[in-house]
Design a protein around this ligand. Sequence first.
Ligand code: 5GP
Length: 145
Amino acid sequence: MSLDGTYDDDNIFAKILRGEIPCHRVFEDDVALAFMDLFPQSPGHVLVLPKTPARNLFELDDAGLQALIVRVKNVAAGVRAALQPDGVIVTQFNGAPAGQTVFHLHFHIIPRYEGADLAGHGRAGKADDVRLAEQAKQIAAAISA
Ligand code: 5GP
């Protein structure tokens, strides 16, 4: 999947956005949906997606991107408040050669903890569902506080 192409309505995040596949939601409004990454690189790894179909950064217009990045910041602030990490990474990949595996634009919010290892992108194991639910609840509460 290169940078060019057509949006696939059946990609996994499109299905999550339509509610066809469940997720551990931490935030939602008319612009964005944020939920726990099922394969977290670090505990508390969250994804933030625009509701507009866009494969990558180049396919969302400026107004959409401006609205989205504010949601990314607010969700990251919720992750910070809820989980008290020592640092936070924000990443975003465009095209398979860059590491993108799901072709609906998204930002990763990855908390870092002093002395704790970070799993490589695309190399992390599946997280425990109960743990993800707990983290989502904590983060959602912090965002709406
Ligand atoms: P990308 O590689 O495209 O930047 O990021 C895709 C992310 O989606 C990865 O971090 C991966 O762990 C996550 N992911 C893949 N499938 C699912 C899923 O079904 N549910 C959730 N919540 N995350 C997923």
